[in-house]
Design a protein around this ligand. Sequence first.
Ligand code: CP
Length: 319
Amino acid sequence: MGSNKTINNFKGKDILSLDQFSITDISHLFQVTKKMREIGRRAKPSNLLKGNIVTLIFYEPSSRTFGSFGAAVKQLGGATIDVQDPQHFSSVSKGETLEDTIRVFESYCDVIVIRHPAMGTAAKAAKAAEFVPIINAGDGIGEHPTQALLDMFTIYEKFGKLNNLTGVMAGDMLNGRTVHSLIRGLSKYKNNTLYLLSPDELKLDKPDFTKFKNSGIKLIEIASTGDMPKNANFWYWTRVQKERFKSLKEYGKVKNRFVLNNKLIKERAGKDTIFMHPLPRVGEILEEVDLNPNAVYLRSEVRNGMYVRMALISLVLGK
Ligand code: CP
């Protein structure tokens, strides 16, 4: 974070990790998110961000994060500079450094949203930026804080609380940045238990596991769907992150080890269990599940992404 930026709760702050938020911050964000949902549902853009410009610079592909940040800004009357694949379509292709790229784009806008394949890059960008806040839209296997906030909002809307919850997280605990941020987020609240279902090779990194456990959340690693608790509040399925593997052979050994289908729902879910996924899915949730009224991944989870990001950008800009 550059020295000239104001720090006042959300206003002027870089959004880099779930670690930076208090429960009060998250409550405030969710109150604003509810107001943004009303704006979003009116189909009549607000002018809250009129005159504001947000740069979306994505060094990795994205549908939801890129699309929903863009829609969020436009819903509020602002404009975006869209830089997708800067390795080919910006002067990064000529060797321009990350730091110089950030210094250039901050001259044109009020906020920069960045996705990058290397963990820690959003923090690096925040150090380089002197005048505008940086929002982490996913840094390699590190974190994806805005995804976790929308996931938490989705859980909160369903159960009216973020404590005393039991969840199952399945898939890629090692490489899944959405998993890392969501565990951090739920660790802030009391009496939460998460069952982590993954192949041995894709368990949480040991230091991460210890750090999260010490933060107060109960984590139980399991290796079979038969060890899933019955009646969990939510199942959070994730994709095995193919792009993080050294070889396709290694990926092939672990992909889709655990598939969410109607049979598993019948065996282990409760009537109120919600089925979540940050998406994209590539076979780990069968399409037959989509019709289940508790399958939220293509419904509220996606839409909440836009509302939470509308709220976040507005707060960061001090609106
Ligand atoms: N959930 C998520 O980050 O999706 P995208 O990669 O499409 O942005």
